[in-house]
Design a protein around this ligand. Structure first.
Ligand code: AHR
Length: 707
């Protein structure tokens, strides 16, 4: 009995020893690339951008306008963003929002400038005693930079105040009549950018207000001195020292814009996008396309022409959109980046769940989409093509893909099949060269059996996941049916970190992108979302600028930065060949995800994911090979890389790495370059070579090969 036990014990010890010493025997991971068989094309449209008005992406973001609530429509009750300025406390003055409420009395309504600008701001000065005016706080501040010229413009009129005429039989007012104010308003009006306490004036100018009861638009340039210290703690002020009643509308202030375009874009943000080399831009949404209600859908026709004709509309993310970024600005933005538009058209379903059934009621919406497409690609002999020329862009834009709606899997009315097909039939009949994208994929939503009687050519799949989910599903496209529709991954992100993502999210993204890249015969386009976030939260009202955590590019009024995910996007797009290199791997260690309390209570097994992810593409003209490898662990991991094929390999290569010490490491508006790519030249590249991958890293090898 005793002997039996000791044999058992020895056996057990042996087995245990085998487990303990196993790491010593663990084999090096091997990635083998078959260079000779790099025949499948990488989709030429693989990496693009997705955009919508969320997190103050445009107003307070890319759109360079610095004045918030410029046509006073943001609130029906308050002149949001505006305040009264009195240099001397003895001054008697007040500001009031005019004509913004639902039912506007006639005496106020007559201040409307046009159908877009019906509300305005009134400044009443009874006693000036120095400078009195109106101030705008901007979008979480006005950015002040040295040697910079800002273009200010605004509509203004100055009048007198006399009591309104009354019929003799009308009852007398219960409150005392306000005293008359003479029309002393004509004369110089000062315009300035100054510190919030008014003590430092960074730039100033004047306009000469004419004596007139009619609105007139004035313009003035304001230039800062060379020795100004950059700040965003500044305001924009229009002021007078004369009593009178002043009305203001469309108050605008533009800093220099990208390529000096009028009504243009913020140069730092544009440059970051251009550096990503996007192949397409999906716009205008996202939820922003649909609007909370059917009446809030993106009103593309009202976004055209001079900004004075744009009323703006209710956005989908809790604030009003100026529509300064209108359809033409989206198209020109796309063109400036060297990309193609991927136009999302409103398809009769909005976020609160309302929809329009296919059939005659949907026809006006289909016609509207056809008009919109004509605006984009019609030549100048067409009605909307001529409008585009009139707006300053005679050349038709490029367009291949039109997306019908957004995330219609939320539509529980089962109407998408009919809606999609009605749009598709009409669009294909007029524009056979266009490809209509469905927002529902049967593969992603197999339970939605009623969907899409006719298989669409391309379907849009969205994936917002945590890093473990990304790592677990990074190979999901390996097994997709190649006879089904092509895949557009129109929104996706690893959602970790706020407001912008952290290194762990970037590792999730990179792993996921290796899967899309390896399968880019099927995944023809992809774009991360959301693209932009204004990270400001320190306003007077305490209202923060963003609604969605985990975004790609962060900024405030003054500065901008890329998240670690941004750099991964940029590198993946930059270092990309035109052929997929078949790759296999062996000995990749696996890693178990920690179990959540809920999962352990439910007895679920932990997820097991690979610790290394990879993809390879090649440029068949230059022979450059791009190998991307992601190490998601805290340890250095050695990998052996085999380059199979008859060709030669240059002994030196470029290695570009994004890495950090901790998964939670990140960039912020204060610490903007903590995680950025590092490039080095590495030696010893052969047909078979080894390399230790840094912990928590994304490595891109740029290797020269020749036949
Ligand atoms: O990207 C943020 C939102 O996520 C988009 O507006 C919407 O399409 C999705 O639900």
């Amino acid at each position: 009995m005793k002997q039996k036990t000791s044999i058992k014990l020895r056996l057990l010890l042996l087995i245990a020893a085998a487990f303990i010493i196993r790491p010593g025997f663990s084999q090096t991971p091997v990635i083998t690339l078959n260079l000779a068989n790099a025949n499948t094309n990488v989709s030429p449209m693989l990496y693009g951008l997705m955009t919508e008005e969320i997190n103050h992406s445009y107003d307070g973001g890319l759109y360079a306008e610095l004045i918030s609530n410029r046509i006073f429509k943001d609130s029906k009750t308050e002149p949001e963003g505006w305040s009264l300025v009195k240099d001397n406390p003895s001054a008697e003055a007040a500001i009031k929002l005019i004509g913004a409420e639902e039912h506007v009395p006639n005496d106020e309504r007559r201040n409307a400038i046009n159908g877009a600008m019906q509300a305005c701001l009134r400044l009443t000065v009874e006693k000036a005693d120095g400078r009195v005016g109106i101030a705008n706080e901007g979008y979480w501040g006005i950015p002040v930079k040295p040697s910079t010229t800002y273009k200010a413009s605004f509509f203004i009129k100055g009048t007198a105040r006399t009591p309104p005429p009354r019929w003799p039989w009308e009852p007398k007012p219960t409150t005392p009549e306000l005293p008359d104010i003479e029309n002393n308003t004509a004369g110089p009006i000062t315009v300035s950018i100054e510190s919030n306490d008014g003590k430092t004036v960074y730039a100033t100018g004047t306009i000469n207000l004419e004596k007139s009861i009619y609105w007139k638009q004035y313009e003035v340039n304001l230039t800062t001195a060379a020795d100004v210290t950059p700040t965003k703690d500044a305001r924009f002020v229009i002021s007078t020292d004369r009593v009178g009643v002043y009305y203001f509308n469309l108050v605008s202030l533009f800093p220099p814009t990208y390529n000096n375009q009028p009504n243009g874009f913020r140069p730092d943000l544009m440059q970051m996008l251009v550096n990503m080399k996007p192949k397409f831009l999906r716009f205008p949404g996202g939820n922003f396309l649909e609007g909370p209600k059917i009446t809030d859908a993106f009103p593309w026709k009202e976004t055209l022409g001079p900004i004075a004709n744009r009323p703006g509309h209710n956005g989908s993310w809790g604030y009003r959109a100026t529509d300064g970024m209108g359809l033409l600005e989206f198209l020109e933005w796309t063109e400036d980046m060297g990309a193609e538009p991927l136009l999302a058209i409103y398809a009769g379903y909005s976020l609160d769940g309302d929809h329009i059934d296919a059939g005659p009621l949907l026809k006006p919406y289909v016609d509207d989409a056809l008009d919109e497409i004509e605006y984009v690609i019609g030549d100048t002999s067409t009605y909307w093509g001529a409008e585009r020329a009139e707006d300053g862009h005679p050349e038709p834009f490029k367009l291949k893909y039109v997306e019908i709606g957004n995330e219609d899997w939320f539509d529980r009315s089962k109407s998408y099949d009919g809606r999609f097909n009605q749009f598709r039939t009409a669009i294909e009949a007029k524009y056979p060269q266009l490809i209509c994208i469905s927002t529902i994929s049967r593969k992603q939503f197999p339970q939605m059996k009623y969907l899409l009687s006719k298989t669409p050519e391309v379907v849009d799949e969205h994936y917002y996941r945590d890093s473990w989910d990304m790592w677990e599903n990074a190979s999901q496209f390996d097994t997709y049916d190649r006879n089904g529709p092509k895949i557009f991954v129109g929104e996706w992100a690893t959602r970790e970190g706020a407001p912008t993502t952290n290194l762990n999210a970037a590792l999730g993204d990179a792993a996921w992108m290796t899967g899309m890249e390896r399968n880019s015969d099927l995944v023809i386009m992809s774009c991360y979302a959301p693209l932009f976030v204004n990270v400001s939260k320190d306003s007077v009202t305490g209202k923060r600028a963003w609604q969605w955590n985990s975004d790609l590019i962060g900024y405030d009024a003054l500065n901008s930065y890329g998240s670690p995910s941004y750099y991964v996007q940029k590198l993946f797009s930059h270092y990309l060949g035109n052929k997929i290199v078949p790759a296999t791997a062996a000995n990749i260690p696996m890693q178990k995800a920690p179990l959540s309390r809920r999962d352990s209570a439910e007895g679920k097994a932990p997820k097991s994911v690979p610790t290394i992810f990879y993809s390879a593409t090649m440029n068949d003209t230059t022979g450059t090979l791009y190998l991307k490898i992601v190490n998601i662990t805290a340890k250095k991991q050695e990998v052996k890389i085999n380059l199979d094929g008859n060709g030669k390999v240059a002994p030196e290569a470029a290695l570009i790495v994004v890495k950090g010490d901790k998964p939670s490491e990140t960039n912020t508006i204060i610490d903007r370059k903590r995680i950025i790519p590092e490039t080095e030249t590495i030696k010893g590249i052969k047909k078979s070579f080894s390399r230790k991958l840094d912990p928590y890293s994304v490595s891109i090898f740029e290797i020269k090969t020749s036949k």
